[in-house]
Design a protein around this ligand. Structure first.
Ligand SMILES: [Zn+2]
Length: 139
């Protein structure tokens, strides 16, 4: 899948975020080595600590669709729901999500590309999990 198509998939996932408390909507698209795509969005809960991030939501879907060991890259988009057309900062994965991405990288033995964008899929910051989380925890 092209990079633009993956960004569109992440944006569509973001549109289905459940984030009524923070109003910070994030979408993530995960692409496999074979071009399959799984998506997720952040899911908040009135019991705040039960919320999950878009990246972990998408990785859970990826595990079911094609397995974490086949993850090639992630695209993340995000920002406040009312940001409109304002240019925003690229949303970077939180520390917990970096660890979750690192788990997929450890399973595959490959580095994983991570491209982050603002709420409209702009301002790309392209990096990889080894750069985002050097010396990741593993068992
Ligand atoms: Zn996170």
């Amino acid at each position: 899948m092209s990079g633009d198509a993956l960004v569109k998939a992440a944006l569509a996932a973001r549109d289905r975020a459940h984030a009524p408390y923070s109003r910070f909507h994030v979408g993530c698209a995960v692409e496999s080595l074979n071009g399959e795509v799984a998506v997720g969005a952040n899911m908040e809960n009135a019991c705040y600590r039960l919320g999950i991030c878009a990246e972990q939501s998408a990785l859970a879907a990826a595990q079911q669709a094609f397995g974490l060991e086949n993850v090639a890259r992630l695209v993340v988009v995000g920002g406040f729901a009312d940001a409109g057309e304002d240019i925003g900062e690229a949303v970077m994965p939180c520390g917990g999500c970096r660890q979750a991405i690192a788990e997929a990288a450890q399973l595959s033995g490959r580095n994983i590309t991570v491209t982050c964008h603002d709420h409209r899929g702009r301002n790309a910051v392209s990096t990889d999990i080894a750069s985002l989380l050097p010396a990741a925890f593993s068992l």
